[in-house]
Design a binder for this molecule. Sequence first.
Ligand SMILES: Nc1nc2c(ncn2[C@@H]2O[C@H](COP(=O)(O)OP(=O)(O)OP(=O)(O)O)[C@@H](O)[C@H]2O)c(=O)[nH]1
Ligand SMILES: [Mg+2]
Length: 305
Amino acid sequence: MTTEQLDRALAGEPRWVARLLTLLEGAWSPEVAAAMQRLTPLAGRAQVIGVTGPPGVGKSTLVDRLVGELRNELSRIAVLAFDPSSPFTGGALLGDRIRMMGRGDDPGVFIRSVANRAHAGGLSRTASRLVTTLDAVGYDAILVETVGAGQSEVDVAGLADTVVVVLAPGFGDEIQALKAGMLETADLFVVNKADLPGADRVVASLHDATDGAMPHAVSAATGQGVAELTRAIRGHHACDRAALDARRAAHRRALLEEAVREQLWAHFRATHAEALDGAMAQVTAGATDPESAAAALLEEARNNG
Ligand SMILES: Nc1nc2c(ncn2[C@@H]2O[C@H](COP(=O)(O)OP(=O)(O)OP(=O)(O)O)[C@@H](O)[C@H]2O)c(=O)[nH]1
Ligand SMILES: [Mg+2]
C-alpha cells in the first residue's frame, strides 16, 4: 500500500479502509509493519465493545440494534464480525440484515466480516490490528462480535474496553460452560430473546452464577431494552478511566509478549536448526527431559555468541 493510499484510508475513505484491513489480515510483512507504525499512535479514542456468546443467541441482531442506538450520538461506527466457521454466516448475515434495515447506505457505518481462516496468525493479533486501524481512521465505536467458544472469548475480552456477554432462553446450560472463562471477564450480561418464554429463568441463573450481577433482559427482535443497554455500555466506557487504561495496557503487554516469543523462536529455529534437531532427537527418544534440553540449547547458543 502506498503512502498516498494509506493517507486516503486515514481520511476515512471506506474503500481504502477496506483495502487496508485486507492487508492487515495477512501475515506480518514490512508493509504491515509500516502501516501499523503509522496507525498505532493515532488510535485510542474509540470505545471497543466486545459482543460475545454462544452461537445463535442473537449477537448479530443485537449488534445491528446497538449500531442503530449508538448512531444517535456517534457519527462513525464500525462492526467487526469474527466468524468461527464460515464467511457466509454471522457477519455476512449481519451485513444483509443491516442493509435490510436501511443502514447499508449509511456512510457512518462500516461493517466487516472476518473469516477465521483469514487469520492463521491468531485471532487476537488480527483483531487487534483491525481494531487499532478502525480506531485510528476515526470510528467512534467499534463493535466486535465473536462466538464465545474456544479461545476467542478470551481474546475479545482482552481487546475490548467493554465486554458484553449474551445468552438467551434455551441456552441456560451454557452458563456452566461459559463459567470458566467468560463470566469473569464480562462487564455486562445480556439475556436476549426476552420476548420468548424462559428469559426470566436465564436472568435468575446468571444472577446466581455471577454473585449478583444484574443482566439486561432485551429483545433484539423487538428492540425492547436496547436503549437502556446502550446507555449502560456507554456508561461503562465513561466511568473509570484508570481501569480502562490498565486493561488496555495489559492487553498490549500480552500482545508484545506473544510477538517476542514468536519472533525469538523463529529466529532461534532458523539460526540453530542443527542443535535443535539434536535436542529433538534426544527428547523424543526419552534420553533427556524437554526443560533440560532447552536449557542446554540456550547455554550452547550463549557460548557460541
Ligand atoms: N425471538 C427472538 N429471536 C431473535 C432475537 N434476536 C435474534 N433472534 C433470532 O435468532 C436467530 C439467530 O440470530 P443471530 O443474530 O444470527 O445470532 P448470532 O448469535 O449472531 O448467531 P451466530 O453469529 O451464528 O453465533 C435468528 O433467527 C434471529 O432472527 C430476539 O430478540 N427474539
Ligand atoms: Mg452472528
